[in-house]
Design a protein around this ligand. Structure first.
Ligand SMILES: [Zn+2]
Length: 210
């Protein structure tokens, strides 16, 4: 975990309160800044233990070379708009299915273009879906497919991703679902783009770039 210390008050980090941090720093045990930072970290660890352990597990998984199941474009959004706009009932059904199966989902509003299924660093447990706000129904279907495949494997999670053939199979299934959907909608241009994205994803997996 990265630890940044800045007192200029210009930081835009969410939930960041320079005054509170300054106070915490001043009150922290230790005489050098290193001792103080370590002491603050220990305190935070007590408060936030589980969260930090989860972050560490995720960092470990990343070091091992695995990330969430890809970040990608959502071309059908240009035609249909968000899932909320075009398919509210279908979206509600997907969300219910996720909740019923213990799969968390969250909406990322940072605009970082992050979307994907992140398997649980602990095998045997459901992972988490991260969606961009405004994602299309097609993108929801894609990530739901990853969660479903992970579930059917007994939540093998990152172990599936470590197996190149399995990983390619999962990614292909998720894209084929989207391609099929775009075809049914009659969006030939989107079908073409999705096929290209699918191929790029497979190439990345093959080259070990994920
Ligand atoms: Zn995918």
């Amino acid at each position: 975990c990265e630890f940044a210390i800045r007192f200029d008050g210009k930081s835009t980090v969410e939930g960041y309160d320079p005054d509170a941090l300054r106070e915490q720093y001043d009150n922290a045990e230790g005489s050098t800044w290193k001792q103080k930072v370590n002491s603050m970290r220990r305190d935070q660890y007590k408060v936030n233990g589980e969260k930090i352990r989860a972050q560490k597990r995720a960092a470990y998984a990343r070091r091992k070379g695995y990330r969430m199941m890809h970040t990608y474009d959502d071309p059908i959004r240009e035609k249909l708009g968000s899932a909320e706009e075009s398919h509210p009932k279908k979206l509600a059904k997907i969300k219910k299915w996720l909740i019923d199966n213990g799969i968390k989902y969250r909406i990322d509003t940072s605009g970082r273009k992050i979307m994907g299924y992140m398997p649980n660093p602990r095998p045997g447990k459901p992972g988490e879906i991260v969606m961009e706000s405004g994602a299309s129904i097609s993108a929801w279907m894609h990530e739901r497919q990853h969660a479903l495949d992970d579930m059917n494997s007994g939540w093998k999670g990152f172990r599936n991703m470590a197996n190149i053939n399995k990983y390619i199979e999962f990614e292909s299934k998720a894209y084929d679902l989207e391609i099929d959907f775009a075809q049914k909608c009659g969006y030939d241009d989107i079908v073409k783009r999705l096929r290209k994205l699918k191929q790029e994803a497979i190439d990345q997996i093959t080259e070990g770039d994920v």
